[in-house]
Each structure stands twice: as C-alpha cells, then as structure tokens.
Write a protein of this length. Structure first.
Ligand SMILES: [Fe+2]
Length: 300
C-alpha cells in the first residue's frame, strides 16, 4: 500500500503519475480522480447529490485546518473559539456520514449490490477518526496555555491527514458512487433522495450547513437553495438566513446573490427590511392621533 503522500502526488503532478505508470488513485481504491471532475462534454449534466455538500465540507475542512495551524495557543479565547468551531464542524461531518449511510448507500445497494461497500467501510473509519479528533481538541483546550503548543501541533497534523483522506474519499464518492446512482436512478428519484435528506434535519442543522454553503458555493448553486427556502419561510426568518449568508460573503457577491434570489422568487430580498419598516411606519401613522392644525412641519 502506498503512503498517503505517494497517493496524493499524482493529483498535483500528472507527469509523475505517468512516469509512475499508475492512474491517480487512493490506496486500495479502484478508479480515480479525473472521471468525476469532468462529465462528458456532450452528455447532459445529471443531478449530483454530492456536489454542493462536498464543496461545503472541503471549504470547512480547509478553513478549520488553517485555523488549527495558525492558532495562538497562549490565547484562551482563541483556543476555545477554535475548539468550539472544530467540534461543531466534526458534528456536521458525523451527520453527513449518517445521511449518506441512511439515504445513499441503501439506494445504491438496492440496485447495485456491493457498490457502497467501500464507502461504508471508509465511513466507519472516519467515524472513529472524528471521535478521536474531537477528544484531541477537547484535551488541548483543557490544558494550561504553557502546555498546549505541542499537542496543538499534533492535532493540526492529525486533522490534515484526516482531511487528505476525506478528500480522497469524497472524490471516490463523486466518481464511483455517482456512476452507480446515475446509471440506476433518474434525476427525479435522486432529487427525492435529496429532499428526504433535507427533511430529516432540524432548522438548526440546516443553518449550520448554510454557514459553509454561503462561502463555498457559487451564486448559481446557492441562489436556488435560498429561493427554495424563501418559499417555505416567513419573511423575517428568511431575513435572518440572508443575514447569516451575508456575513460570509464579500459585498459584490452578496449583491449578486440578492439579485439572483429576487429574480427566482419575484420577491425583494435586500429591501425586505426597508419594506417592513415602511409598513410599520405607515401603520403607526394611521393609528396616530391627528396632528394639531397649528403644528409646523418642522416640529415633528
Ligand atoms: Fe461519504
């Protein structure tokens, strides 16, 4: 079996892969990095259950890895904030494993027995790693500042290795699992699986994912999700959601997203708060006692 460094090398250096005489592959994994990245140009794009959520996980993994590497172990506040963020992210990864185990793997196995076996085994290993990473993070946070530096560095490296393995795992899913799902299921059926996954989550869990979607997805992928949410949410709750998204985006990106959501829903997004304020003002004015005739306009 190759080391993880050897397995990853061909992804960044195709020449080395050719010289090595091997296709890009993770240890013990048949198949491949390239096929999932480029769907055949002439073929219609299929509904991809993995695309958005895996972008969110890749973004979150990279962000957390950066924070762990840059952490100031002398700062209690920074260590505890990082611990809180990492533990929350690891919980999201656990939930993601559960969703795939409950909704995707049974669908694959139902029509192509054995096709989810490798993914299932890797999920079991990832569950163990996730628990270990959380325990390691909590142990670092519980140490006095003077003794945190070395274990924090160890945690950073462990999380980096886990991230590398998880990136390979997600690549396998996007290549091999999608090939099975696209061959065995229609897009309508895949969409109903996606709906079942969304319906199984609490609003808080969905909001947790939106934190990463907001940063990780292009407007073309994010806007339809928000437009769908708008249809089932009270205006005020939607404003809160948009504010959460806005906090993760640059102003230009935010404006582009608002325009896209407005175009899809036919409802104002950015001006919604203004519209509410105007309506409230109008109601107050209508209910207010009549102004004395002698009052000047500037006295208000
Ligand atoms: Fe997975």
């Amino acid at each position: 079996m190759k080391t993880i460094d050897q397995a990853l090398l061909p992804i960044f250096n195709p020449t080395a892969a050719a010289e090595d005489g091997e296709r890009c592959r993770a240890p013990g994994r048949a198949g491949a990095v390239p096929p999932a990245i480029a769907q055949p140009g002439a073929a219609p794009l299929r509904f991809d259950l993995y695309a958005s959520i895996h972008k969110a996980i890749r973004w979150g993994s990279a962000e957390l890895l950066g924070r762990l590497g840059a952490i100031d172990t002398d700062s209690d506040a920074e260590v505890h904030a990082t611990a809180q963020a990492l533990v929350a992210f690891l919980e999201q990864l656990r939930a993601h494993l559960r969703h795939e185990n409950r909704h995707l793997h049974p669908a694959m196995e139902a029509r192509r027995p054995g096709s989810a076996a490798q993914g299932g085994e890797e999920h079991e290993a990832h569950g163990v790693s996730i628990d270990a990473l959380e325990a390691e993070m909590r142990a670092v946070a519980a140490l006095p500042a003077a003794r945190r530096r070395e274990p924090a560095q160890r945690l950073y490296r462990h999380f980096a290795l886990f991230t590398a393995e998880n990136f390979m795992h997600m690549q396998h899913e996007e290549a091999a699992h999608n090939a099975v799902l696209w061959a065995e299921y229609s897009d309508a059926e895949l969409l109903s699986i996606e709906h079942a996954i969304v319906a199984s989550q609490t609003p808080e869990q969905l909001a947790g994912w939106m934190h990463w979607f907001a940063a990780a997805l292009p407007t073309a992928e994010l806007a339809p999700r928000l437009a769908g949410a708008r249809a089932g949410m009270p205006a005020e709750a939607f404003e809160g959601l948009m504010a959460q998204v806005a906090a993760r985006q640059a102003p230009a990106r935010r404006a582009q997203l608002h325009r896209a959501v407005e175009a899809m829903t036919g409802l104002p997004v950015a001006r919604q708060r203004v519209a509410h304020a105007r309506a409230a003002r109008a109601a107050r004015t209508a209910l207010a006692p009549a102004r004395p005739a002698s009052a000047s306009p500037s006295s208000s």
